[in-house]
Design a protein around this ligand. Structure first.
Ligand code: FAD
Length: 384
């Protein structure tokens, strides 16, 4: 067991940190105030090889292992988890899903442009009535001759408003439940496809989400991805990578809060000395640092198992659940250490605090991961 970064990992760590400082931080405050995501960041990330580190080279990625990818995601999210998620979510969730379930023709057509930042791809599962419970999906796919006719709505879809391509799940036969679900791919200019942006967010303000509507949208049969009945299993492979990204991102967010808190605690003087010299502040800093370290190693362990193709359902849930909950606690303490200054956006801790709550929800809520861990340990499902 070696806890040191390799030379290559150190290089990607430094590259990603520099990118975050030079390309994400300067515009973050203004963009968050306007609830704006600038898609230009996607091409910039791609030009430095940071957009799709985990994807195979033949489809436009770097072919890196998942620990090195997690190190990159951690550093980018040290600037902003929501901006980074909007930038990399195409290569992470729907692209990984397509890589596993798509035909060679589908992969060659869609993956290289997404991994090179030339096309934006969304993955759409969630609906107004179907969140954690995908058996409630109501988007209907009806077969008519050599076409599929699609009707339905998808909500909270990352980049839903700007995506060029969407990989989505629909129900082909309600009587079959989950076994009736199938995946399809659609391009934005298809008649019957429309989208609206999500506004009024209290969190994730640097990100980008939208609502999709499919109205008598016709798709040729070759736009079906994978087999009928396998859609949820296929999607979960992409979601597994999204969970690793969120765990790593939460570590980056938490590390940034820790660094900002240490700096501030050394500078801010109250009661005749820097607040860091007060024992109660040191207790908080000590707890923050311990949780950051624990979250990081849970994340790297899950990444290592994933890279080696070893079953890691429980370990990925440990990482996603613990890291995002720890990040939320750490960010809330960081705001408190900054006092009133922590509540304005001149300091990084406020926007991290806002992002941290959302990180506990997407990619499976904390409860879903607790139930997954329980199911793995007890060999009993408690979902229903
Ligand atoms: C910023 C952002 C980006 C997103 N991007 C995407 C995307 O690209 N594609 C996509 O498809 N979706 C996306 N989502 C949606 C996200 O995946 C869902 O919000 C998430 O899965 C939870 O679903 P829900 O919000 O409907 O909550 P619900 O499932 O309705 O849950 C509500 C609450 O009930 C709890 N709960 C539910 N069932 C149980 C149970 N059995 N036991 C105990 N507690 C339970 C949950 O943990 C939660 O606390 C995104 C969401 C956000 C906020």
């Amino acid at each position: 067991m070696d806890f040191e970064l390799t030379e290559e990992q150190r290089m990607f760590h430094d590259m990603a940190r520099k990118f975050a400082e030079q390309e994400i931080l300067p515009t973050l405050k203004e963009n968050e105030r306007q609830e704006k995501f600038d898609p230009g960041i996607i091409k910039k990330m791609a030009s430095q090889g940071l957009l799709a580190p985990h994807m195979p080279k033949e489809y436009g990625g770097l072919g890196l292992d998942y620990i090195t990818s997690a190190i990159i995601w951690e550093q980018l999210c040290g600037a902003s988890l929501s901006v980074t998620q909007a930038a990399v979510s195409g290569p992470i969730q729907p692209a990984t899903n397509l890589l596993d379930a798509g035909t060679e023709e589908q992969k060659k057509k869609y993956l290289p442009p997404v991994c090179k930042g030339e096309s934006i791809m969304s993955g759409a599962v969630v609906e107004p009535t179907a969140g954690s419970d995908s058996s409630m999906i109501e988007t209907v796919a009806r077969r008519s001759g050599n076409r599929w006719i699609i009707n339905g709505t998808k909500i909270f879809i990352t980049n839903g408003e700007i995506a060029d391509v969407v990989l989505f799940i629909a129900q082909t036969d309600k009587s079959k439940g989950l076994k009736g679900l199938a995946s399809f791919i659609v391009e934005r200019d298809t008649p019957g496809f429309s989208s609206t942006p999500l506004k009024g967010k209290i969190s994730w303000r640097g990100g980008s989400e939208g609502t999709l509507r499919f109205t008598d949208m016709e798709l040729p049969l070759e736009n079906q991805v994978g087999e009928i009945g396998g859609a949820l299993r296929d999607a979960l492979r992409g979601i597994d990578t999204a969970r690793l990204f969120l765990a790593a991102g939460a570590v980056g967010l938490a590390q940034s809060c820790l660094e900002a808190s240490i700096k501030y605690a050394k500078e801010r003087v109250q009661f005749g000395k820097p607040i860091g010299g007060h024992q109660l502040i040191q207790e908080i800093i000590a707890k923050m640092a311990t949780k950051v370290d624990a979250a990081r190693w849970l994340t790297y362990r899950a990444a290592d198992l994933k890279s080696r193709g070893i079953r890691h359902i429980k370990e990925m849930s440990y990482a996603k659940y613990f890291s995002t909950e720890a990040a939320l606690w750490i960010a809330s303490q960081a705001v408190k250490i900054h006092g009133s200054f922590g509540t304005i956006d001149d300091y990084p801790v406020g926007h991290h605090y806002q992002d941290a709550i959302t990180a506990t929800i997407l990619g499976g809520t904390a409860q879903m991961h607790q139930l997954t861990i329980g199911q793995q340990l007890l060999e009993m499902a408690a979902f229903r």
